[in-house]
Design a protein around this ligand. Structure first.
Ligand SMILES: [Zn+2]
Length: 167
């Protein structure tokens, strides 16, 4: 006699949600790739494509955040999972969110993370003043406009630390 496998409804629901999430991620990846190809061909300007496809994580005052991509929304959100009482506290445990969700306008999109996010925050966390723990992804418009360095490597950040006597 064959065995009858029974799955709890919660398991089925979880599997269904996971499938939906995977499909959504695939769609976004395809859209993102198409957008990048259009940019490479010079057929679409970056401003047209960038906002709706993904947001890039950045560090402000020692916390990973991202700016809402909606044109009329000025909101920014934390993009890491963390004990809220540990926000801004150096060396706290955190996990990256994969999706940005704006609590003001409801915009949702994937988050682009630097591969070395853990090292970046670890080096920044050595700085005693939390207001100096900042990092921008390469070419971030807001930073470029204000002459702030973007795309700093871990080595760049370590050099900055050394310049200010931070080890
Ligand atoms: Zn928003």
């Amino acid at each position: 006699m064959g065995e009858l496998e029974l799955y709890a409804p919660q398991l089925v629901e979880r599997a269904r949600r996971e499938l939906a999430r995977q499909q959504a991620a695939e769609l976004v990846a395809v859209g993102q790739q198409a957008a990048l190809e259009l940019i490479a061909q010079g057929r679409v300007s970056l401003t047209m494509v960038e906002p709706t496809n993904f947001v890039a994580a950045r560090v402000q005052a020692g916390e990973w955040i991202a700016d809402c991509p909606a044109p009329d929304c000025q909101n920014a959100e934390f993009v890491s999972e963390k004990d809220p009482r540990r926000r801004g506290v150096a060396g706290s445990r955190w996990l990256p969110f994969l999706e940005f969700v704006c609590t003001v306008c409801g915009a949702r999109c994937p988050i682009q993370w630097p591969a070395d996010a853990e090292e970046i925050i670890a080096v920044l966390d050595r700085r005693p003043n939390p207001m100096t723990r900042n990092w921008w992804p390469a070419g971030a418009k807001l930073a470029v406009l204000t002459g702030t360095p973007t795309g700093q490597t871990v080595a760049d950040l370590l050099a900055e630390n050394a310049e200010h006597g931070v080890r």
